[in-house]
Design a protein around this ligand. Structure first.
Ligand code: FE2
Length: 375
């Protein structure tokens, strides 16, 4: 069996209404907290005031930084850190989807280490950060249990990763009530991000039996719940939130492969939602691998109760259709003339492509993109 290290230092508090425990949990880790969130949902929903109140009731001094944009930039992370430094924060609380959580991780790192982000990108590992409490409000990234933060270098149109065990949140408050007002679109997009995490972690060269456990269970739950979750069934949304967390554990152990590596172009150059980019590419990457008789994919399908790999991919395509995902890249404004740039960009994400189960040549990547363009 492959050797592995399994270390999950996150206290996972899961259940409807557990948001009320935020202050009590946070107070164990610090007394001056920087509350990091996006620009709209937190304030508009009234949650931001509720969180501040809850943290103050537990004796914490709270500074709010609610300026995180989707696909957070390095500049935003520096801005947040400045805010935290000015208020002597010793704890970071993240409230939001992957963007808020990943920005918060970057801020927690800067506040503790004083290093620059640019000097700290993967494959370097960061070795210090302030404690982080993560409260996910989407059912996608699983960032509440991972040691990764994905940030955007806007000038270079590049996703950069900082990674290291200190970035793993100390506490995750996972409360499905927060998904009640999530739009259908975001449930579908973030759900497909989580499905990609599960499938990619299973296929990854760095998969291990212990990551397979999380990956397969996540995929099983997502395929069984995503359609109802998008339709608004509360229990299905809660199941998706649980599964996206499991998929987070899987990628923390095994990483992601070509779907993520190829999806970044769509986000960086066309503003396509990260989960939608993955959802659109996932079936095409899988069909390509089926043609190459990828045993791991057949194996995953059988373990998930499908007859073979083809029926698993058909199921993924069916749920993509039923949850309203666009069918091809043309619908997202991508032009066939961009193909060469897309291939070069995807191949530059070695951290994803190197983990892909079969090596992908530029020609392979081009064929997959071409199929995704056509739908
Ligand atoms: Fe992702």
């Amino acid at each position: 069996m492959k050797p592995f290290t399994f270390y999950l230092p996150t206290r996972i508090v899961f259940g409807r209404g557990c948001l009320n425990r935020l202050g009590v949990e946070a107070a164990k880790l610090g007394d001056r907290c920087l509350l990091v969130s996006g620009r709209s949902f937190a304030r508009r929903s009234g949650y931001l005031n509720r969180l501040v109140e809850n943290l103050r009731e537990s004796g914490l001094k709270v500074t709010v930084f609610d300026q995180v944009e989707p696909n957070p930039s390095l500049e935003t992370v520096y801005k947040g850190a400045e805010e935290g430094r000015g208020n002597s924060c010793n704890l970071v609380v993240a409230f939001g989807g992957g963007s808020a959580m990943d920005a918060a991780k970057g801020i927690a790192f800067l506040l503790k280490s004083g290093a620059r982000l640019e000097e700290s990108f993967a494959p370097n590992e960061v070795d210090e950060a302030l404690p982080i409490v993560a409260v996910p409000t989407t059912c996608g990234t699983g960032s509440e249990v991972t040691r990764y933060a994905v940030l955007t270098d806007v000038g270079r149109r590049r996703k950069q990763v900082i990674l290291g065990e200190p970035l793993t949140p100390s506490v995750a408050i996972v409360d499905a009530d927060l998904l009640n007002s999530l739009s259908k679109e975001l449930v579908a997009y973030t759900g497909f991000d989580a499905l990609s995490h599960a499938v990619e972690a299973y296929l990854s060269r760095e998969s291990k039996p212990i990551s397979d456990l999380f990956a397969l269970e996540a995929a099983r739950i997502i395929l069984g719940n995503i359609v109802e979750a998008v339709e608004g069934v509360a229990e299905a949304r809660e199941n998706m939130l649980y599964a996206s967390m499991l998929a987070g554990v899987a990628i923390n152990l095994a990483g992601t492969v070509a779907v993520h590596g190829m999806g970044y172009y769509l986000t960086n150059y066309h503003g396509v939602h990260h989960g939608l980019a993955n959802g659109l590419l996932l079936p095409h990457v899988l069909r390509f691998e089926l043609e190459r008789k990828l045993g791991r994919l057949e194996d995953a399908a059988v373990k998930l109760g499908f007859e073979n790999g083809v029926s698993l991919v058909e199921k993924i395509e069916e749920v993509a259709h039923r949850t309203g995902l666009p069918r091809n890249l043309l619908k997202l404004g991508v032009e066939p003339s961009e193909l060469d740039s897309m291939v070069a960009d995807a191949l530059s994400y070695a951290r994803n492509l190197d983990k892909h189960p079969n090596p992908l040549t530029p020609d392979d990547v081009s064929r997959i993109y071409a199929r995704a363009l056509a739908g």
